[in-house]
Design a protein around this ligand. Sequence first.
Ligand SMILES: Nc1ncnc2c1ncn2[C@@H]1O[C@H](COP(=O)(O)OP(=O)(O)O)[C@@H](O)[C@H]1O
Ligand SMILES: [Mg+2]
Length: 147
Amino acid sequence: MSLNIYANNITKKVKKKTIFENLKLNIQNQSFIALVGPSGSGKTTLLNILSGYDTHFEGELFYNQWNIKKEDLRSIIAYVPQQEILHKDLTLWKELWYIAKIRFSHMQKEMIQEKINKVIYDLDLKGQEDTLIKHLSGGEKKDYPLL
Ligand SMILES: Nc1ncnc2c1ncn2[C@@H]1O[C@H](COP(=O)(O)OP(=O)(O)O)[C@@H](O)[C@H]1O
Ligand SMILES: [Mg+2]
């Protein structure tokens, strides 16, 4: 799926503090963007807004010209945090099962298993199902948002 993100005059305030003001942004599909700034300049705050986790802001945010609802956004956009949020002592399969059970709570067991198998295959992790998360490589640990 192609995704263009357009933000117009986004302002984020927390209590009386303005984190950023009238921010404009146009990210084209498949572009590779680096968001650079000193600690505390608002990078994480902006990512939370663009990915739909934070809806408390002023301004307009469009995805392919659509004003998408927060719930729908969750299935098309994700970001990988710097800090790992995986359970190090679970196996790859158990960890994906745990995440999938939360994300797809109404889905049938067989469908969830199919989804997990596809992700493992797509990430070239076939045969690693029983490997503990802590034994996966750094890069392999960053791949789970594809689920
Ligand atoms: N919920 C909040 N309440 C008060 N201050 C916040 C809140 N969220 C972020 N901030 C402040 O906004 C600024 C930007 O934070 P952040 O986006 O995490 O910066 P960065 O990721 O660029 O280091 C920081 O000064 C931070 O302390
Ligand atoms: Mg940050």
